[in-house]
Every structure is written in structure tokens, then in C-alpha cells.
Design a protein around this ligand. Structure first.
Ligand code: PHE
Length: 332
């Protein structure tokens, strides 16, 4: 029996030498140790042995099985190591090959300008609000003191979706929406966003553009607060030495109203409209005009961007010419 076991061991060792993949190894293992293997048949002989020999016989077989299992295990590890080596050799990376260059985008110049303003206003305690671009006539006009048929509506020719719905012509509807939501509490917000007007596009006009609305409502808010804020905005964006000019103007939702011009060295250029919130607008928004006052402004984002960066055609912002956009790579 001992010889038989020896024989098996030698045979297996011999066969293992020529095996170099896992499948073949598994086959050999089940042939050697499985139900139909020689070892199993040796076990089957067990019953024929005298009782006193059985213990020793069993021990021998079990030891032998263990030795074989170890042999298979060692071989399995060898095969796996070999496989890994092959795989690594195939996947060898040449670190000296130059990498593929992916074009890197950046945020749009108009978004960069808006982010700049947001930083300024957050620093002054404002909250940033948002409003829908598809807006109700009610908020875009009526609650801003522009009832139906008001002649000033003609200044903002619009894209109508139906008689009561349009693409907002300015960010001012957010004033009305914010007042209604704030339920009589003080307000200090800005709202940047897209607005739309029916206009023939040219160097200075676009049917779509951006504004940043500002609204402050509280007790004892005066024109001097507005003026100081406008000056702050200008200095932040255009530099400490910049001067502004306030020109009397007219908006139905502010009284008095002004237009703000920045001096660019040769002439004054209009950058925003502003004014003290009209008492009717406060009333419709749920604020008692005897108790509350406020100011509002609307910055033309393209205007200030053009002025600051010397861009001479508003259409450049929207026609997505990468040669233009690439020049303003900040803001990432
Ligand atoms: N909504 C006005 C416009 O688009 C600008 C503005 C905003 C004026 C707020 C006064 C106060 O022309």
C-alpha cells in the first residue's frame, strides 16, 4: 500500500511538470483526489483490513492526500503568478509617450462677471435669488406698476407665449415675487439671469441678454443708500478711481428713477437703471409705503462686460466662437 501511494505521488509530480494552466490543473486534481481516483479506491479497501491496521492505513492515506493538496496549491500559485507576469508585460506603459491633450473649457465670460458681482453682493449681506424666464404678465408688468395698455410697455417689446405669459423682458419681476414671499420682512437680494426682448440684433442689441436685479426694502432706506451702493458697484467692477453720473430717468416701478453712466475716459456710458421703489409696487407686494421704502437697480451684464474688457460687439457673447471665448479663461 505504501508503494502504491509512493507511485501515485511520483506520477502526479511528473504530470504536474507539464501543466501550465488552471483548467488542466483542476482536471488532474479531480483525477487524483476525486471520487473515481486511485486514492478513493484505496479508501474503499478499508473495510477489508483487519481492525488493528485500519488506524495506521487511514493516517497514511490522509497524510498522502495532504501532501498532494499542497502540491496542487503550490502549482496553482505558480500558474497565477505566471499569468499576472504575462498580463503586466502586455500592459507595460511607456511613461515617456506624450499624453493626449484634452481641450479644457472654462466658464463663460458672462458667468464670470456674474460670479464677480455675486461675491461683491454676498459681502454686502445680499441673498442671491432666482426667477423663471417664462413669466406671467402679472409679475413682468402689472405688479411693477405697468398695467395693461401702459405706454411704457412699448419700451420692452416682448416674446409672448399667450396673452398672459411671456419671456421676461427684465429681471424686475423677481422684485414682485420676492416681496410677496417675504411677507413684510426686510429684503436685500440680487437676481442674475437671462431676459428677452424683441429686438433686431446688431452690434449693441441682442434679443437675449443678462441682467442683475437688485432690491433692498426696509425702514428708512433712502436715495443716499442707493447712491452709495451704485458707487460701490462701480468701484468694485471698474476700479477705485471711476466716477459715475446719475441721470434722471423714468421707470414705472421706481420714483425717482435714475440711469447710471460710467466715465470711460472719453464719454459716459450707461450701465444700469435704478431708483427708489414706487409706493404702488410696495403696496402690491404687501408692504406699507408709509412704513417701508426701498431701492432697486438692474445692471446690464453685457454692457459692463463690454466696457471692462473692451468687447465691441454684443453678439460675440452668444455666437460661441471659441477664439473669442478662449480669451477669458478665468473662473474655473
Ligand atoms: N428693469 C429695468 C430695465 O430693464 C431696469 C431697472 C431695474 C430700473 C430696477 C430700475 C430699477 O430697463
Amino acid at each position: 500500500m505504501k508503494e502504491k501511494l509512493e507511485e501515485i505521488l511520483i506520477k502526479v509530480k511528473e504530470k504536474l511538470k507539464s501543466i501550465n494552466d488552471e483548467n488542466a490543473l483542476n482536471n488532474l486534481r479531480s483525477l487524483t483526489l476525486g471520487k473515481k481516483s486511485e486514492i478513493s479506491s484505496l479508501m474503499a479497501n478499508f473495510r477489508d483490513l483487519p481492525v488493528e491496521d485500519r488506524k495506521e492505513y487511514g493516517k497514511l492515506i490522509n497524510e498522502q492526500k495532504q501532501v498532494l493538496e499542497e502540491l496542487f496549491e503550490v502549482k496553482r500559485n505558480q500558474i497565477l503568478a505566471e499569468k499576472l507576469k504575462e498580463k503586466l508585460a502586455k500592459e507595460e506603459i511607456d511613461v515617456t509617450i506624450p499624453g493626449a491633450k484634452l481641450p479644457l473649457g472654462s466658464s463663460h465670460i458672462l458667468n464670470q462677471v456674474i460670479k464677480d458681482f455675486e461675491r461683491l453682493f454676498i459681502g454686502m449681506g445680499y441673498e442671491i435669488k432666482d426667477g423663471p424666464e417664462v413669466e406671467k404678465d402679472l409679475y413682468n408688468f402689472e405688479m411693477l406698476n405697468l398695467e395693461k395698455g401702459h405706454p411704457a410697455r412699448a419700451m420692452q417689446d416682448s416674446f409672448y407665449i399667450d396673452l398672459e405669459t411671456l419671456l421676461r423682458t427684465h429681471t424686475s419681476p423677481v422684485q414682485a415675487r420676492t416681496m410677496l414671499k417675504s411677507e413684510g420682512k426686510p429684503i436685500q437680494i440680487i437676481c442674475p439671469g437671462k431676459v428677452y426682448r424683441r429686438d433686431d440684433d446688431d452690434q449693441y442689441h441682442s434679443h437675449q441678454f443678462m441682467q442683475i436685479e437688485g432690491l433692498v426694502v426696509g425702514k428708512n432706506i433712502t436715495m443716499s443708500h442707493l447712491k452709495a451702493t451704485l458707487l460701490e458697484i462701480t468701484k468694485f467692477f471698474f476700479g477705485e478711481d471711476k466716477e459715475i453720473r446719475l441721470r434722471p430717468s423714468y421707470f414705472p416701478f421706481t420714483e425717482p428713477s435714475v440711469e447710471v453712466d460710467v466715465y470711460d475716459g472719453t464719454s459716459y456710458i450707461e450701465i444700469l437703471g435704478a431708483g427708489m421703489v414706487h409706493p404702488n409696487v410696495l403696496k402690491m407686494g404687501g408692504y406699507d409705503p408709509n412704513e417701508f421704502t426701498g431701492f432697486a437697480f438692474g445692471i446690464g451684464v453685457e454692457r459692463v462686460a463690454m466696457l471692462k474688457y473692451g468687447i465691441d460687439d454684443i453678439r460675440l457673447f452668444y455666437t460661441n466662437d471659441v477664439r473669442f471665448l478662449k480669451q477669458y479663461k478665468g473662473g474655473l
